[in-house]
Design a binder for this molecule. Structure first.
Ligand code: ATR
Length: 292
């Protein structure tokens, strides 16, 4: 037997707080990045009960963790225990990454950068001047809508089953980025004609996610145009009914695995202050793809 040298006195701690955390792939993702880059960091899952959130967060600062991710259901609630919050996290109203510097807690939202990096990497395009349809108005939609607006989209249309949430998101975008956003009813995207107005269509709902893999936010009869980009934040399955639908019209179809990967890479870069090169990112992508 050999001595186990994987964790030493100098190992830095990173991790994830949330509830549940059992199904997260973040431990595998971050520990693989550390192995690939030769960093002495270990990433651990930490299930936290709601009435212990404040103690947990203060405890993580007290033990000088390098930083941590925050997942459901604490992305909003964690904000009240932080010392500082980045501009986009403040606009979105959610933090998914915390960096601890000299005992102080700094919050970020890397879903934004993760989404934009994945979109650029996988489509070769950005959002400057683009007309974008976003389906859904939950937490993921807020981060994506803010990213798209920050990246210079010309128009953002929000469609949501619950109209009041779509309107709330439209107001958030318009008060921060000028009058670029509007909402339409969910029934509109099942009709013909309207979808032709968009360069990019993004699904942020769970429609089509395992185990309901036959579901799709778009009716099968809806026609798309080959020059449209369709992005689905779902990564299980890797090819949803929506993406199959998009591919049948020759559209560029992108799944959510890249966003998952790059939100993690962006967090890792914040913690370490070092860039993860594209070649390493691609290698990790291929490894993660195998466990989905
Ligand atoms: P997330 O953090 O993944 O965005 P969320 O905040 O719970 O999760 O948001 C889920 C989104 O998927 C919402 O836009 C939700 O619509 P409602 O606001 O009307 O609830 C949408 N969604 C979930 N199931 C849906 C369904 N069966 N049909 C249409 N929209 C659905």
């Amino acid at each position: 037997m050999e001595l186990d040298n994987r964790i030493t006195g100098k190992t830095g701690l990173i991790g994830l707080i949330g509830n549940p955390v059992e199904h997260s792939v973040s431990p595998q993702l971050h520990n693989t990045i550390s192995r690939l880059l030769g960093k002495n960091l270990v990433y651990i899952p930490m299930k936290v009960e709601r009435d212990r959130l404040e103690n947990a967060v203060k405890g993580l600062a007290a033990i000088n963790m390098v930083g941590f991710n925050v997942t459901i259901p604490y992305k909003q609630d964690v904000m009240k225990y932080l010392d500082e919050v980045s501009k986009e996290a403040a606009i979105i109203g959610a933090v998914n990454t915390v960096k601890i510097i000299d005992g102080k807690l700094h919050g970020y939202n890397t879903d934004c950068e993760g989404f934009l990096r994945s979109f650029r990497e996988e489509t070769g395009a950005g959002f400057r001047g683009a007309r974008v349809l976003i389906i859904g108005a939950g937490g993921a939609s807020r981060a994506i809508a803010v990213s798209v607006a920050m990246d210079g989209a010309e128009g953002v249309c929000i469609v949501n089953r619950t109209p009041s949430k779509a309107i709330e998101l439209v107001n958030l975008l318009n008060s921060n980025f000028g009058d670029i956003a509007y909402a339409v009813g969910f029934e509109k995207i099942t009709g013909q004609g309207m979808l032709g107005n968009f360069d990019v269509i993004i699904n942020t709902t769970s429609l089509g996610m395992y185990p309901e893999t036959e579901a799709s936010p778009l009716d099968r009869s809806v026609k798309l145009k080959g020059n449209q980009i369709v992005y689905d934040i779902i990564y299980n399955p890797l090819k949803t009914k929506l993406l199959e639908h998009a591919e049948s019209f020759g559209c560029k179809a992108v799944n959510g695995l890249g966003m998952l990967l790059y939100q993690g890479i962006s967090a890792y870069e914040l913690w370490t202050g070092e860039k993860v090169l594209e070649a390493a990112a691609r290698k990790i992508y291929r490894l993660i793809e195998k466990i989905i």
